[in-house]
Design a protein. Sequence first.
Length: 342
Amino acid sequence: MRKQIKPPTQSEKRRQITDRLRVAPELSDRQIAKMLGVSPTTVGSVRRELADKTVQNGQVDTGAYDWTNHPYIMEHPDILDGLSGRSIRAIKTPGVLDKMMERGSRSPRYCQRLLYKECTRANKNPLLTVTEEDVEVFVDDIRTGLPQIKDESVDLIFVDPPYDVKTVEELYSHISTVAGRILREGGSLLVLCGGANLDKAIVELSTDKRLRYNWTLAYVCKSNGSPLIHSRNVATAVKHVLWYVKGKYEGKMVYDLIEAPPDPDGTDKTYHKWGQSVEGVKELLRRLTKDGDVICDIMCGGGSTVVAALELGGRRVIACDVDEEAVRTTRLRVRRLFGHDR
């Protein structure tokens, strides 16, 4: 006998609507209602609740093209029916709807992969609007002060250092000093941290008085289970992105929750044992940078930040690491992005 599937409860429906609004708030109430099989009135109600809580602030890039008015969507509005959050992210990527229209496809994720492979082979990936000369990767220790990087030449630094207390006490103040020197006025320093030594990290990162603590972003890593911090009796679902600003931040409103896509097979660790999700880092950069900015990772590891910045497009990149093998790996990934075999 076939097992009957229970229809979603009202609270489950509202949670689905909330998730969809966070991914694509530019969709109309009617479009989201049709995708989820709910009432447009319910979608409107949830949208107003979110707006009251300022959850949606900063989620729509007004400078981006309006994908909802693409001819393929206008001709086949039912394409949106039942799309998952990941498929919506894919369909919003520039070029994907064009590829779907070209092939008559209904699969955004397939066309996103196809577009990437085709353009990589042709060495003209549309996501890359910089050249290899705009990418600088070198070996050095942050404790030297990194004199290779010019004063006030960087718009955003993203760094994922080790989280242990020894590293926090020995290296985080150097991160602060380098950031205070190389960031432009209004530039941002983002440091990904675990929770166990967060109090010490905040103190060490505040040593350079040119920097001001701005906010803490929650970085959610969806994996199989939650890491257990036995010394604190905590099962943790998030990491913390400490956000410092040199001078005054004058960018757009930023939503403080980042959700990295699930990684059940551990592919994020392919290039480095502490590797992060390229898509997760890309979302951070998308919210806090713009075309023409210089992105810097002063502990680049396997190069996730470099790849994320290049795939996002329009950003020049500076990266370094004390580990020569990590730098070699990062350089190899850069060359592959620009169409080289090795």
